[in-house]
Design a protein around this ligand. Structure first.
Ligand code: AVI
Length: 314
């Protein structure tokens, strides 16, 4: 893991257009900052998707065409704390649907916490946690002949470029069979001021979340980034529908990373690109599933028209 991080930092900071992959945001501090982000008034995404789960729970079940007498496997990629999913799980459990819930996450800690809360809140629910890489875990379902519903929520897919999302969905659809479904949560294309504010909150939590990546380089790779000489800069192009996060060097400077035994020069105003947060509409969803077996079968949207959960069927 540390070798992979080292390589990514070296490659990204040596590039002409400097970049660092956003997947490295999520260390212990990054996880905690992301929880704070999800509770921010400006970060509408989590609330909008929660509203769909809370107010349209029955519609989710009918759109997925779930039947009480047919067993299915409900598999969630990157389950986190399960706040949204719990609304669905409670109703499925209450109505005696025949299913097991398989939350998959990289973090065993997140899975243990989720398992504990579910045991207390929905004691009769069958939970089978699976720790690891999504595709490695999905491999283990290959021999199962049961119907599968995959949940991939939170617009997590938006942190992939369209090319990567396309490959991700191709791999996912290849591991599924006829009748299986993907319940995909995505943020929708909307006005610039709403999106930019969500990625530039007034308390500076999103800035700290981005700057934490430089902290990680300092602590894990013995870098000497002066964190206060970098500023968080979000951008959003309404036509393209992609929010991008950058860190900008406020001065001309060199940064030394001991683990790489290498210095990196930053010009004043030079940017490091950290994250893409893609926003969607039907056309973009259709283009990222074009080379897969998925077809849009339905879609649920919150009352503000900010967020959608697409049902993609094989
Ligand atoms: C996890 N992901 C969907 C978040 C997003 O909105 O792109 C990560 C995030 N970055 C800044 N704020 C939240």
């Amino acid at each position: 893991m540390i070798e992979e991080f080292k390589e990514a930092v070296n490659k990204g900071l040596s590039a002409k257009n400097k970049n660092l992959p956003s997947k490295y945001f999520y260390d212990k501090k990054g996880d905690a900052l992301f929880v704070e982000i999800m509770n921010l008034p400006e970060y509408y995404l989590t609330r909008a998707e929660y509203e769909i789960f809370k107010n349209q729970t029955l519609k989710i079940i009918t759109s997925l065409n779930l039947k009480k007498d047919t067993y299915f496997e409900l598999i969630e990629l990157g389950a986190g704390d399960g706040t949204k999913t719990k609304e669905l799980l409670k109703l499925l459990d209450k109505e005696a649907y025949d299913f097991d819930y398989f939350p998959i996450d990289f973090s065993q800690n997140a899975l243990d916490n989720l398992d504990k809360t579910l045991q207390t809140e929905i004691p009769s629910l069958s939970v089978k946690t699976k720790q690891g890489d999504y595709f490695k875990v999905l491999e283990s379902f290959k021999d199962s002949k049961h119907q599968k519903v995959i949940l991939f929520l939170g617009s997590n897919i938006g942190n992939m470029t369209d090319d990567i999302a396309n490959v991700f969905l191709q791999n996912l659809s290849a591991s599924l069979a006829l009748g299986d479904q993907l319940f995909l949560g995505v943020d929708l294309i909307k006005a610039k001021d709403i999106v930019l504010t969500a990625y530039n909150d007034s308390k500076g939590i999103t800035a700290a979340f981005n700057l934490n990546l430089l902290n990680r380089i300092n602590t894990e790779l013995k870098g000497n980034f002066a964190i206060n000489t970098f500023k968080h800069l979000p951008e959003y192009d309404e036509i393209e529908g992609i929010a991008k996060s950058f860190l900008v060097s406020t001065k001309d400077q060199d940064v030394f990373v001991e683990a790489l035994n290498k210095s990196f020069h930053f010009y004043k105003d030079e940017k490091i690109h950290l994250e893409v947060s893609r926003k969607y509409n039907d056309d973009i969803i259709n283009s990222i599933i074009a080379k897969t077996k998925f077809k849009i079968s339905d879609k649920l949207t919150d009352s503000n028209n900010y967020f959608s959960n697409y049902i993609l069927k094989i």
